[in-house]
Design a protein around this ligand. Structure first.
Ligand code: C2O
Ligand code: CU
Length: 551
């Protein structure tokens, strides 16, 4: 097995955007961070050296980490942080996976600046026919003028407050709709008549995004590193933590004076909290034989007419419904047809009374928390994977409730009338190796609209069902797609609805499940599960590496 080595230095770097200069936590001084490109089947060794006065960890989002949970990265779930001056080598093999993923810091809100693309070239040729001229990474992020640690602290202290970035970015560039940013604009050159593979990644902290390129259609061929049945769409929706590969053919006639088309990303939902509701744009530039322009055209800019408007739930639903696994002989869809265990869990926000004599910024002088089945996740103080592996069984419990605590109408709950207080706990559930598992994620949606992209570590899952309103265990399973459901690692649960996912729990270890909106995770919208090692050696977690960071 070929080994690919990478060196990641965690270091501060002065970066300027929107005419605002600040010290940013980076990898190797890059924002966004360096791209990792490997081949399917490679052993990957990333040596992370922490040169900043901050604890950190790195997560390889969507990489399965078969038997190598020690390299997964979420702080206090699989490992303790890498301290200042310390080094840890993330060592894992990319087995039977290919496509576009991302890596990001998995400690507090460091993902704001510590993220990048993780690309796995396939062993076999692409299963689609169009010859691909080039690969174009398109990575969405957010830029804060404020210090992100301070924003996070405020959220935690007051249970709410402004959590608004100052710009969305494409490949770290805000684009000309933001102040002072004309020079920080993505201009992507293409050749007329050629087809490109856009590797689109949403690394933003807070928002599901719509993305479109003026005049062009996009053909979706892969999501979360799994091939899909190709379909052509005017725009895509992509949640934080998700990746989407699309084919774009440069088959339009560009404006003669600029040779450019606008590409744009804006949030799907923004109305609940003061999230950023602005739009980032860049340009697709057709190569011409005439004078090449390096700069974006002069304003005004019109947004692509094919960009869905904010809160276009009809578009979001229709887009999600079109996603189907390729389910071919080479890439079969191994969705469990029967399940051995079903967990039904609410996902949503809660309101907690404000401590006496304090001011809270959640809602009606209360503070926000978030929970799954009323369990607001408290981060343990040593890694659960270690506790589990060494059979210490401390710092967590294995009794995550399999059903919601009480029966009520999950959607449209009145937060003031309902008892929204949560329990604070560190609860997981345990399954034996190979369990066929179903998890139903029910949005409680008490402040409409509320959305949650739920990410599962260590496994892909199949989205067998989705719907609006309350999940009905007597009716809804009959409508599941067990033939070609989309396979992914992050699901955007429908707003005010539910999603049912199925998992082959075939990766021994401790795996985090959480909302990929950073703020909701901080408030406790998380849980996890433990897959016990099986009797055969290939079903066992490998021992921890010798440089594993101590707590
Ligand atoms: Cu991309 Cu637990 O995260
Ligand atoms: Cu959420």
């Amino acid at each position: 097995v070929p080994t690919r080595h990478f060196q990641f230095n965690v270091e501060w770097k002065k970066v300027t955007r929107l005419c605002h200069t600040k010290q940013l936590l980076t990898i190797n001084g890059k924002y966004p961070g360096p791209m990792i490109i490997v081949n399917e089947g490679d052993n990957v060794q990333v040596k992370v050296t922490n040169q900043a006065a901050r604890n950190t960890t790195i997560h390889w989002h969507g990489v399965r980490q078969l038997r190598t949970g020690w390299a997964d990265g979420p702080a206090y779930i699989t490992q303790c942080p890498i301290g200042t001056g310390k080094t840890y080598v993330y060592n894992f093999t990319v087995t039977n996976q290919r496509g576009t993923l991302l890596w990001h810091a998995h400690y507090s809100w460091q993902r704001a600046s510590v993220y990048g693309a993780f690309i796995i070239y396939p062993r076999m040729p692409f299963p689609f026919s169009a010859p691909v001229q080039d690969h174009i990474p398109i990575i969405f992020g957010e830029w804060w003028n404020a210090d992100v640690d301070a924003v996070e602290n405020e959220m935690m202290l007051y249970g709410g407050g402004p959590n608004t970035s100052d710009a969305y970015t494409i490949n770290g560039l805000p684009g000309p709709l933001y102040p002072c940013s004309i020079k920080d604009t993505l201009i992507q050159t293409v050749e007329r008549g050629k087809t490109y593979l856009l590797r689109i990644i949403n690394a933003a902290l807070n928002d599901e995004l719509f993305f479109a390129v003026a005049n062009h259609t996009l053909t979706v061929v892969e999501i979360d590193s799994v091939y899909t049945k190709p379909f052509t769409t005017s725009a895509i929706m992509i949640a934080p933590g998700q990746t989407t590969n699309v084919l774009l053919t440069a088959n339009q006639i560009p404006d003669a004076s600029t040779g450019m088309f606008v590409m744009a990303a804006r949030p799907y939902l923004t109305s609940v909290f003061p999230f950023d509701n602005s739009t980032t744009i860049g340009f697709l530039k057709y190569k011409t034989t005439q004078l090449e322009r390096e700069k974006p055209p002069l304003p005004p800019y019109s947004l692509p007419s094919n960009l869905p408007s904010m809160e276009d739930t009809a578009f979001a639903t229709n887009f999600s419904n079109q996603l189907r696994s390729l389910a071919s002989a080479d890439y079969p869809c191994i969705v469990p047809k029967e399940v051995e265990k079903r967990i039904i869990t609410t996902i949503g926000l809660n309101l907690q009374d404000c401590p006496v004599n304090e001011t809270c910024k959640g809602y009606r002088n209360k503070r926000f928390y978030a929970s799954m089945n009323n369990q607001s996740f408290i981060r343990p103080s040593r890694s659960v994977l270690e506790s589990h592996y060494w059979k210490l069984n401390t710092g967590y419990a294995s009794d995550f409730p399999e059903k919601p605590p009480h029966v009520f109408n999950y959607t449209g709950v009145d937060p003031v009338a309902e008892n929204m207080n949560t329990e604070f706990s560190t609860r997981f559930f345990e399954v034996h190796f190979g369990t066929k598992l179903e998890i139903v994620l029910q949005d409680t949606n008490f402040l409409n609209p509320e959305n949650h992209p739920i990410h599962v570590h260590g496994h892909n899952f199949f989205i067998v069902g989705r719907g609006f309103g309350n999940f009905d265990i007597d009716k809804d399973p009959a409508g599941y797609n067990l033939l070609d459901p989309p396979e992914r690692n992050t699901v955007a649960v429908p707003v005010g609805g539910w999603a049912a996912i199925r998992i082959n729990a075939d990766n021994p270890g401790v795996w985090f499940i959480h909302c990929h909106l950073e703020e909701h995770t901080s408030w406790g919208l998380a849980m996890g599960f433990i897959v016990k090692s099986g009797p055969e050696s290939f079903q066992c977690l490998l021992p921890p590496p010798s440089d594993f960071p101590p707590c």
